[in-house]
Design a protein around this ligand. Structure first.
Ligand code: UDP
Ligand code: MG
Length: 139
């Protein structure tokens, strides 16, 4: 299997509920290594740029408002098959449909406030990592 890196975000609702450690623990338990991480707060412009792919969707404005509503914890996860493994540990977008034991099933509140973001493919992972991190911030 290929060694990969992927971008993870603990979203504002989960940071606000003191869940950063519980969520990172899920990644580490699944064999993913944290190669970099920091707490930041997005501006509206940054949130719109990060989620530009969803610009035409009805949930876009609400999503951007939510992602700016408080600090987020961004991290880079590394490991074999890290992109798919992270998505598996996260669970389905809608917490009500997420499998038992997944982050979204345990910690998500609704389809918007679903606790975490994870890159969905190698191309988006590379772009999303570069959006938040300089090469020297990753180890
Ligand atoms: N989202 C939402 N309503 C929807 C679908 C998505 O508010 O009907 C939000 C949710 O926070 C989700 C994000 O938009 O995580 C990005 O959507 P995507 O389809 O990429 O889901 P993900 O890749 O995060 O599972
Ligand atoms: Mg997505």
């Amino acid at each position: 299997m290929a060694m990969e890196r992927t971008l993870s975000i603990v979203k504002p609702d989960a940071v606000g509920r003191n869940l950063i450690g519980s969520i990172l623990r899920k990644f580490e338990t699944a064999g993913l290594r944290i190669a970099g991480g920091k707490l930041i707060r997005l501006t509206p412009e940054q949130a719109q740029a990060f989620y530009a792919v969803h610009k035409a969707r009805p949930f876009f404005q609400g999503l951007c408002d939510y992602m700016c509503s408080g600090p987020i914890f961004v991290s880079v996860l590394e490991g074999d098959n890290a992109i798919a493994k992270n998505r598996e540990v996260m669970g389905a977008t809608d917490p009500a449909k997420a499998a038992p034991g997944t982050i979204r099933q345990e910690f998500g509140q609704d389809i918007e406030k679903n606790a975490v973001h994870g890159s969905d493919a190698p191309e988006t992972a590379a772009v999303e990592i570069a959006f938040y991190f300089k090469p020297e911030e990753l180890f």
